[in-house]
Structure formats: C-alpha cells, structure tokens
Design a protein around this ligand. Structure first.
Ligand SMILES: [Zn+2]
Length: 106
C-alpha cells in the first residue's frame, strides 16, 4: 500500500564536528548511510579519521535540509569551520572585540 519511500526527497548530510554541512546526497541514490558516506569520502582512512574527529552523517528531510544544510553550502551559515574564507569573515574579530570590551570595563 505504501510504496512511497522510493520517492523520498530526504538527503544524507555529512556534518563536521562544529555541525557544519559539507556534503549531501539523495537517499534515493544511496539508500544506506554507509553508501552515502562512502560516496562522500571514498577513502577508508579518511572516513576513520573523520569518525574520530566527530563527523556525523544525518538523514534530513527536504525542510530540514533547507534549514540546516543550505546555509552551509551557500556559505552563509555561522558555524565555526576550518574554511579560511569564513573564519576571516567576522567570527574572530567579533569575539576579539567583545573580549577587549570586557577587559577594559573591568
Ligand atoms: Zn555551516
């Protein structure tokens, strides 16, 4: 009766330890989390390293994907990532100025 799972628009999304999305793949193309992770990170050594670092793979619905993953892929999210472009964009200077203000006040 319900054979709708075939047409799911859910996606597997790979998150770094900070919760920033790095890759996504349709569940329809990779039914198992394992399949999806292997496609995103083909080398076993890399997958092991990421597992140790706390990377995760989550299944998101279309709506969840829009909320949690899209900003990351567009580069507009506020996650502290290792990407140099984003790190320089404001997070560091913001914390810096807050600290200075607190110190100066005390
Ligand atoms: Zn992000």
């Amino acid at each position: 009766m319900t054979t709708r799972t075939r047409h799911t628009t859910d996606r597997w999304v790979r998150f770094d330890p900070a919760g920033c999305a790095h890759s996504s793949i349709y569940v329809a193309a990779a039914p198992l989390a394992e399949d999806a992770y292997k496609r995103a990170v083909p080398k076993l050594a890399d997958r092991r390293r990421e597992a140790n670092q706390g990377w995760t793979l989550e299944r998101l619905t279309k709506q969840q994907w829009r909320e949690r993953a899209m900003p990351c892929f567009k580069g507009t999210c506020s996650h502290p990532t290792g990407l140099p472009t984003r790190a320089a964009a404001g997070t560091t200077s913001l914390t810096g100025s807050t600290k200075e203000a607190t110190v100066g006040h005390a």
